[in-house]
Write a protein that binds this ligand. Structure first.
Ligand code: ZN
Length: 239
């Protein structure tokens, strides 16, 4: 049983049925109303099922708001799909189920806003490079989160993809290939001599073998600093 292809198919179907996916059409496709308001720190969106209403953080940039909205729509689409829901409950429970559901809604949201074929074509042309994150985000007018999710999912080598920023450097957003076990949490920090910190402070791309915060294993890292952020792809080392 594989949940991911089913979630991607759901998202593709939704995109085709409701394109162009303006915020109003995104919410309207599931018959939901939409409003923007202040949400608790670290929360970007919420679903009010009793009212069929989606709340989106008013302070996020518009592209991030659109991704949040697509994520909340995915919650509804998954909730309405009995087969998918029973598969999900069969495979996971408790906190793992929550995490997996969030990852699946992210996956679907990314597919709605940035078709998988577009990402595959970019990967074939340019390889699994962190440069693709700002490039594809700009080219297709989607948030960087969307590209990060798609690259982690579709990259030929299993990897963790993330962006970091601020001082001291911390993780803003990350996504991982399903085959990779460890997760990187939002807000995770780095040692002072970490290659990501070096990329951030010198403005120079880095290519090296390194571990992630709180991970024991080594990855092949490519880091690309741009516009006050560092984009990174940590690829599983091939034997
Ligand atoms: Zn969610």
């Amino acid at each position: 049983m594989n949940l991911r292809p089913k979630v991607i198919a759901l998202a593709q179907g939704y995109r085709k049925a409701h394109a162009p996916l303006t915020p109003e059409r995104l919410a309207g496709g599931i018959g939901a109303s939409l409003s923007y308001s202040k949400l608790p720190e670290g929360k970007f969106g919420a679903l009010v099922p009793e009212q069929n209403h989606i709340l989106v953080d008013q302070d996020s940039p518009p592209k991030r708001q659109r991704f949040t909205l697509a994520h909340e729509v995915m919650h509804v689409l998954i909730q309405q799909d009995d087969d998918l829901l029973s598969d999900l409950h069969e495979a996971y429970e408790g906190q793992e189920l929550e995490k997996e559901l969030e990852a699946l809604c992210n996956l679907g949201a990314a597919e709605m806003l940035l078709p998988g074929e577009v990402v595959d074509a970019a990967l074939a042309k340019k390889g699994q490079s962190p440069r693709l994150i700002p490039e594809l985000a700009e080219l297709h007018q989607v948030s960087e989160e969307v590209v990060i999710i798609a690259l982690a999912e579709r990259g030929p080598t299993p990897s963790i993809v993330l962006m970091a920023g601020s001082k001291p450097l911390r993780v803003y957003f990350s996504a991982k290939h399903p085959r990779i076990q460890g997760r990187v949490s939002r807000g995770a920090g780095f040692r002072r001599n970490d290659p990501l910190v070096i990329a951030f402070e010198t403005g120079l791309p880095q290519k090296t073998k390194t571990a992630l915060p709180n991970h024991a294993v080594l990855y092949s890292l490519e880091a690309y600093p741009k516009g006050g952020r560092v984009y990174a792809v940590y690829k599983e080392l091939q034997n």
